[in-house]
Design a protein around this ligand. Sequence first.
Ligand code: SAM
Length: 215
Amino acid sequence: MADYKKPDYWQLKARNEGYPARSVYKLMEIDEKFSILKKQRNSASSSLRVLDIGAAPGSWSLFALRKFSEGNNSWLKNGFLAASDLLPLSREFDKGLFDGDNFFFIQGDVTADDVRKALLSKGPYSVIISDAAPNTTGNHMVDSARSLELAEIVIMYAESALVPGGNLALKVFQGSGVDAVLKKMKMLFETVKSFKPQACRGESVETYYVGLGKK
Ligand SMILES: C[S@@+](CC[C@H](N)C(=O)[O-])C[C@H]1O[C@@H](n2cnc3c(N)ncnc32)[C@H](O)[C@@H]1O
């Protein structure tokens, strides 16, 4: 049985590098492998607009905001990020980045109307990233069903708020029903890949589906 209370290699690395959660390395691996946050050749947008669903405590958001501030082209430098979570973001490492004009956060349930309206009003987005996950109960069937519900909601955001050519990375818990999610993604994107970053805990059932080039 894994001891989740003991900080592991990735947690310690995250804290040393100024991120509140180990999950940042999953996004780094996804971005390294699929370049989801890179300008697409056919992109007509003048800047990168990202939506981060299930953002707390805020590592993925910080990664995107740091990418904007370190960007070497105007597409990145003028980047904008909207994010949402049931929980507040950690302010431990953001050094003011969460107060910038290029960032919008709404605390709430992404399935709720007011949150959806607020997030859609900041779109359209070039990239949607979702690490959203339900609180686990220990019952695999219940947990994977809840994770799939969230994945379906994220795909709805991609349908209505992602630009043509845009990319999506979303987390799912493996289980019956993932095929339906994969099928929807294949209808929506030119290319769809399944990827389990090394930073995922070995025993974890989570994996990421990456959709490239919204049709
Ligand atoms: C693994 S954490 C995300 C970690 C984040 N990517 C980071 O790097 O800091 C999953 C998050 O999904 C959020 N979440 C789950 N269901 C949600 C919902 N319906 N609406 C908004 N956030 C949700 C949880 O509150 C939790 O903070």
